[in-house]
Design a protein around this ligand. Structure first.
Ligand SMILES: *Cc1c(COP(=O)(O)O)cnc(C)c1O
Length: 356
């Protein structure tokens, strides 16, 4: 039996979207491929609220995260972490020999604008990374307030990980002053895993030109220059299957309407939060709770694997806590094309299993 996924990626993918992955191939050097890629980029600019260039990468989101920190750090990177994915960005810098410092807060807390200000005021850094939505802790960082701080540091390239939030909540990339905004297909956008997407600002382009060793496959400048020169084609063969599905799914997202889509996510989040507050506690403070995934403290010390096993028999799957939060927390994702009805059905089944 298929289990409906309420995990923070990969997500439940609609049948009609899955079918688009089976579209017959076209040559990746054809006019059709250029047109497909151009259409996708235009629609993504709408979703990202940006006028900047869009880059696709046939990797998961991590590929572009690694590419961004390596391609655009000329001096030193400040990595702000609120959990597992922020820490991973620091490792990406270290293992690529990119000078970097990690600024981490206890899991469940947020990156505060005053911390960013204090760190950048040292003048040591020319790139920062922020996790918009930390999937391990369910924290959504206050990026509007961080944007205010960033206005003071126009020379710093701002990278934002929106892997688990883009498509599920409003992220106005240009207004926030984000230079490289990264996401991947398998979370709130609602496609199978295998492709990453980012916006790439002119500031990022100019910076990358000053970095001599940017790698090769994930050199964001070479991807950027190639699509300018070769009419929206890529240096190596992209996952055309994802591109067919993405082209189709972006139409669906825009037909739903971005505001409606974000509202639906908020409604699902509110239902899960109400339920979680009644029976457990939520890890982050109210103001930092994520709109796409809720991390719930296991205050009743329930057996989470057993709950998931029983849910599985009924055709549902949720997530245990991530890494060191395993069994201490569990996570319910409410993203992509799930509906309020799906969430209510899931919670009713958990209630039934746990005897609430
Ligand atoms: C899933 C996730 C990643 C990693 O993305 P992949 O597509 O699996 O490489 C990075 N950051 C966050 C916040 C995520 O949720």
């Amino acid at each position: 039996m298929h289990k409906k996924l309420f995990i923070p990626g990969p997500v439940e993918v609609r049948e009609d979207v899955l079918e688009k992955m089976a579209t017959p191939m076209i040559g990746h050097r054809s006019k059709e491929a250029s047109a497909l890629q151009r259409r996708i980029s235009d629609k993504l600019r709408t979703l990202f609220y940006t006028k900047e260039e869009i880059l696709l990468s046939t990797t998961s989101g991590s590929g572009l995260m690694e590419g961004a920190v390596r391609s655009c750090t000329a001096k030193r990177a400040a990595i702000f972490s609120v959990g597992a994915f922020g820490n991973r960005w620091y490792d990406m810098a270290r293992f690529n020999n990119v000078p970097a410092d990690l600024y981490e807060v206890p899991w469940g807390e947020a990156t505060l604008p005053e911390t960013v200000d204090k760190v950048l005021s040292t003048g040591k850094y020319d790139l920062i990374t922020i996790t918009h939505n930390e999937t391990s802790t369910g924290v959504m960082n206050p990026v509007e307030e961080i944007a205010e701080v960033m206005k003071k540091y126009p020379e710093v390239v701002y990278c934002l990980d929106t892997v688990s939030s883009m498509g599920g909540t409003k992220i106005e990339v240009d207004k926030l002053g984000v230079d490289i905004c990264i996401t991947s297909t398998q979370k709130a956008i609602g496609l199978p895993p295998g492709m990453a997407i980012c916006s790439f600002s002119q500031k990022a382009v100019e910076r990358a030109k000053k970095v001599p060793f940017r790698g090769l496959y994930l050199d964001l400048l070479s991807l950027y220059e190639y699509i300018q020169k070769k009419d929206y084609q890529y240096p190596s063969t992209p996952s055309l299957s994802h591109m067919f599905a993405l082209d189709y799914q972006l139409d669906r997202i825009l037909e739903e309407g971005l505001e409606n889509r974000f509202k639906r996510h908020k409604e699902m989040a509110n239902i899960v939060r109400e339920w979680a507050k009644e029976h457990f506690e939520i890890l982050p403070k109210e103001e930092y709770m994520s709109n796409t995934v809720t991390t719930i403290k296991n205050t009743r010390d329930i057996d989470i694997s057993d709950l998931n096993k029983k849910l599985g028999e009924r055709g549902f799957q949720i997530s245990n806590g991530y890494g060191k939060l395993k069994d201490k927390t569990f996570r319910i994702a409410h993203m992509a094309d799930l509906t309020v009805e799906d969430i209510k059905e899931l919670l009713a089944n958990i209630d039934d299993i746990l005897g609430f």
